[in-house]
Design a binder for this molecule. Structure first.
Ligand SMILES: [Zn+2]
Ligand SMILES: [Zn+2]
Length: 124
């Protein structure tokens, strides 16, 4: 077994743990390969997948989007190959992107663009 990847651990649920808790919404979802935490991607407002990796030290995520199976290694900041994880390997196909449908604001694209340019401004 690769350190940091537990192939028997199921994902935490169909949506980002923190966004569900906060009543927020996400763009794309990522799954922690060590503890199963599902979090939102860096293009989401919450960036909870990266926050989880930083807090926990858990090194790898896998995309939780249907049809995607790439892994990301936070330590090397590179895409890597990984083993098949416990199902389900993506959020439900009927779940919208962004999601969840009932909480996505009408101006979600503007919100994401604004957040991205604010982040770019912060980092110089
Ligand atoms: Zn989130
Ligand atoms: Zn984790």
């Amino acid at each position: 077994m690769i350190q940091g990847i537990d192939t028997r651990r199921p994902p935490s649920g169909p949506g980002c743990v923190e966004c569900e808790r906060d009543g927020s919404w996400w763009f794309h979802l990522r799954r922690c390969t060590e503890c199963g935490h599902v979090g939102c991607c860096d293009d989401s407002l919450g960036q909870h997948a990266s926050a989880h990796a930083e807090e926990s030290g858990h090194r790898f995520i896998q995309s939780y989007e249907p049809g995607e199976d790439w892994f990301w290694d936070y330590r090397t900041a590179q895409m890597v190959d990984g083993p098949e994880l416990a199902p389900p390997r993506s959020h439900p196909a009927e779940q919208t992107v962004p999601g969840p449908r009932e909480r996505v604001p009408a101006d979600w694209q503007d919100q994401l663009l604004r957040a991205r340019s604010e982040r770019a401004g912060r980092s110089g």
